[in-house]
Write a new protein. Structure first.
Length: 252
């Protein structure tokens, strides 16, 4: 599989993700969980084109939900990571595409069409931003860096516990950030813009591509228990430059 072909394919969805008319057609899947015509159009388009490119690779997309995958290889797609941002034209949304082989992510692409930034990685080959190598932050402690977080807005009953975590981290780091796209938060960790990112719950399509980006850039990704995240079911996510991983885990 030539990653350049996949990158070109993902980039070709730019006009769809920037279509403001389709972004205005919104359905609510759950509390603070939305889908627009853009999400559906991008997924349908990429699913079709990926099958044309590699008919033997199965497909898992956010808008079809978690399902049983029987083959060795599977695309994992979030057609619009940051749908709420998209609805409000907040301009921090991305296409996130990972290739999973025997429960391991071997290719990851995250594309931000608004800033024309495409992050990519292949297993064992490093991470890149628009073709240039990227690396995680050199910060040795939380006090030397900023940390991003996700609120897990779908479960408001967990807000007290989550915001207590945010406060503990805030007290130890330079500052905290939230842009509302887990894929971009992982990409920003991979390129060293921030020391780390965490969220109490994400689905595999939220983090599949970003997991590889961070690891190939020299960082570490785990769940809150310190174990490798699953490619088949969702859970908590912590991504860092590796040096501050233990310190951050201790606060979560």
């Amino acid at each position: 599989m030539d990653i350049r072909q996949v990158i070109d394919l993902v980039r070709s969805a730019k006009d769809l993700i920037e279509n403001r008319e389709m972004a205005g057609h919104v359905k609510e899947k759950g509390r603070s969980d939305y889908v627009t015509q853009v999400d559906v159009a991008v997924q349908d388009y990429l699913k079709k084109e990926l099958y044309s490119l590699a008919p033997d690779i199965q497909f898992l997309g956010e808008e079809t939900g978690l399902q049983e995958i029987s083959g060795d290889r599977c695309w994992i797609l979030d057609p619009v990571d940051g749908t709420t941002n998209l609805i409000h034209d907040y301009r921090h949304s991305a296409i996130s595409l990972g290739l999973c082989c025997r429960d391991e992510i071997v290719m990851g692409i995250i594309y931000d069409p608004y800033h024309e930034e495409l992050f990519s990685a292949e297993k064992g080959k490093g991470s890149f931003l628009n073709g240039q190598p990227i690396h995680v932050s050199e910060s040795e402690t939380l006090s030397e860096t900023i940390i991003a977080f996700g609120t897990y807005a779908y479960r408001r009953e967990l807000a007290d516990a989550n915001f207590a975590r945010f406060r503990r981290v805030f007290d130890q780091c330079q500052d905290i950030r939230r842009i509302g796209s887990a894929a971009l938060e992982l990409a920003y960790t991979a390129c060293g813009r921030q020391g780390g990112f965490f969220e109490p719950y994400l689905n595999p399509w939220d983090y599949a591509a970003g997991l590889l980006l961070v690891c190939e850039a020299g960082g570490r990704v785990s769940n809150f228990e310190g174990n490798l995240p699953s490619t088949k079911k969702g859970g908590s996510i912590v991504s860092t430059n590796g040096k501050i991983h233990g310190e951050l885990l201790g606060l979560l």
